[in-house]
Design a protein around this ligand. Sequence first.
Ligand code: AHR
Length: 325
Amino acid sequence: MNQSRRIFSVLATVTLGAALTLALGGCSRGKDDKRIVLGFSQIGAESEWRTANTQSIKSAAATMGIDLRFSDAQQKQENQIKALRSFIAQKVDVIAFSPVVETGWDTVLQEAHAAKIPVILTDRSVTSSPDLYVGFIGSDFVEEGRKAGRWALQHFKDGTDDVNIVEIQGTVGAGPAIDRKKGFEEIIATNPRFKIIRSQSGEFTRSKGKEVMEAFLKAETRKINLLFAHNDDMAIGAIQAIEEAGLKPGHDIAIVSIDGVKGAFEAMIAGKLNATIECNPLLGPQLMTSVTEVMAGKPIPKRIVVDEQVFPMETAKQNIQSRKY
Ligand code: AHR
């Protein structure tokens, strides 16, 4: 082999090796490494909540000595499906994921089932058969919507006028968007004064929340009494839009949102957000416990629901210090 052919051959081998390592998630594992391997597909980093959730999963895996293969899908279902297939190819011990939307998972879940890899859902669920996953750990999103609805009924209880509500929904097709809407509507349906006059998706992000609120304010000729945002980030974006329109958020337009992140507590202390309904992102320790139980051959509950509270603005100051996210 002449000199230039030899260099080409070495380069080709190195490049192929690097490509294979990347395809396998950059993992290299000594043969004496007995740790449980968990493949986790995260939705993305769309909100303060999601950042706290990722942090919780990574630190719980490190604490419990679990070899975590973490993949960020950047809000795309196709990326999550690719990640799940890559975990199957890597023969990980357990797969966990937070599905961006509820539908479209049957085929890949069947593939995991055929490969005998147990799957645990965290945060959000799917419409596939429950036989295709071993458990689901997360909040009761319908109940969160109900809590927001109950807060709204209570807040406007003394008036007799109609309460015009605008709603900024989460990602279209996502469990929390579908369920929070359902729970909220169930409660406000008990009082005919409460009407949702506009509703649109803000994709769970601050920038979209602002954009949608700007559009509502521009298009709406009726007075808007209440904003119900499916998460705090969208409410915080909407607060900016309301201020830029020369109105006082939390006063001219009451606002209730969901998550209970630090940013929401700051907005409540500033008098700009009226209430936040907690949605707990700290699912890492429970997930790692379930993973170790599954690996020990123990059954885990099909549904693990997280306990959550309501925080009105009056309690924000006393609670902000103890918030963990
Ligand atoms: O699935 C949980 C939701 O997703 C949170 O409410 C939201 O902030 C996140 O992006």
